[in-house]
Design a protein around this ligand. Structure first.
Ligand SMILES: NC(=O)c1ccc[n+]([C@@H]2O[C@H](COP(=O)([O-])OP(=O)(O)OC[C@H]3O[C@@H](n4cnc5c(N)ncnc54)[C@H](OP(=O)(O)O)[C@@H]3O)[C@@H](O)[C@H]2O)c1
Length: 337
């Protein structure tokens, strides 16, 4: 029997982010895009025409059920609205599909528990789509940390901001509890990255936010306490000039990256310094973290491996966000978990 080397993908939702993910699935080494489905008649065909105009044989479906029941499809990419992730991920899992769920995996830790339970029952892989983790620039930073170049990590600062374009204002059309606002759109990245370089979980959060009339946050900042005097500071906004950066301070030096959630055309660059007087700027080769994410998840399915981003990570990120939301509401420090 020949071994399967390619994963057949279906896309559940004609979302805007397909601009990045659809070409990534088409171009990934171990992927074959079979179909895309939308609940809006014609939207799947329109998405295909926009983002894969030269590809033949990809089905455009006007009924998600047809995608879920297609026996040819192994894995589903789920870019529906944040508040729909848990419901549709579980539907896909119950049809025996592996699921790559766009960030955030779900809006509550208990929904993540339910997705994990379903995935165990149906023996399928699930991963939260934090694509930036697959960019080699962050592996280079992790290598520097592991080599003790900056000593022990003591402080991390992350920032993700841009001026929201009017066409995307729908992202603040729902309040935070319903998955709207900057927290679930870009804050989840800033918080994920703030957690990434510590070897221990955050124990408490403090956050403040500017809320629109409908309860969606447009700007937010906060701190995470990792114990032992180790802290992360994060800020994110739809109303600030563009930044996409982190800074890590250790006991002997620091590392900066200003191309964290890289845009097409960004030249990845990191810089680091040490108290011993070393200073270096490193430019890395451009990489498509969306395609790398798709290839990684495909390899995990093909070789029955644990995805890099596991349920424990998704749950910890969600619990941290839940604590931040509580802190925004109460104005006080909130313990995590
Ligand atoms: N990884 C990244 O870089 C990145 C970037 C942006 C967003 N995201 C994530 O990706 C997911 C999708 O975000 P998005 O901003 O691309 O979402 P979006 O365009 O609002 O689409 C979300 C869903 O809403 C429905 N929809 C789309 N346009 C619609 C319209 N005009 N009227 C009614 N329904 C419509 C679609 O479902 P149907 O087709 O079934 O109707 C679609 O799947 C979110 O979870 C978000 O957090 C990730």
């Amino acid at each position: 029997m020949t071994q399967q080397t390619t994963i057949n993908w279906g896309i559940l939702g004609a979302a805007r982010i397909n601009q990045r993910l659809l070409p990534a699935i088409v171009s990934a080494q171990n992927a074959n895009l079979v179909a895309i489905a939308s609940r809006r008649p014609g939207a799947a065909a329109e998405t295909l025409a926009q983002y894969a105009p030269n590809q033949q044989g990809i089905h455009a479906l006007d009924d998600p059920q047809l995608l879920l029941t297609d026996p040819e499809i192994d894995a589903i990419y789920l870019p529906m609205a944040n508040e729909e992730h848990a419901e549709w991920a579980i539907k896909a899992i119950e049809h025996g599909k592996h699921v790559l769920i766009e960030k955030p995996m779900a809006l509550t830790a208990s929904d993540i528990d339910a997705i994990e339970t379903a995935s165990q029952r149906f023996n399928v892989k699930v991963m939260e789509g934090f694509m930036y983790r697959f960019h080699p620039q962050h592996q280079r930073v992790r290598d520097l940390i592991e080599q003790q170049v900056i000593g022990e990590v003591r402080s991390v600062r992350t920032c993700f901001a841009f001026m929201m374009k009017p066409a995307r204002l729908y992202r603040i059309g729902r309040n935070i509890q319903q998955g709207g606002g900057a927290m679930w759109d870009i804050g989840c990245y800033a918080i994920h990255t703030a957690r990434m370089f510590f070897n221990q979980p955050a124990i408490a959060a403090n956050a403040q936010a500017k809320l629109a009339e409908n309860g969606a946050d447009t700007s937010c900042c906060g701190t995470l306490d990792f114990g032992e005097g180790k802290y992360a500071q994060f800020d994110f906004s739809f109303e600030h000039a563009r930044r996409s950066e982190y800074e890590i301070i250790g006991s002997k030096g620091g590392i900066k990256c200003a191309t964290v959630w890289a845009m097409p055309g960004d030249i990845p660059q990191i810089s680091w310094w040490t108290e011993a007087g070393e200073e270096k700027v490193e430019q890395l080769a451009a990489a498509n973290h969306f395609a790398l994410e798709i290839e990684h998840f495909g390899e995990c399915i093909l070789h029955d491996r644990q995805p890099l981003l596991d349920f424990a990570d998704a749950r910890a990120n969600c619990q941290t966000i839940e604590a931040c939301l509580e802190s925004i509401k109460s104005g006080s420090r909130v313990r995590i978990g």
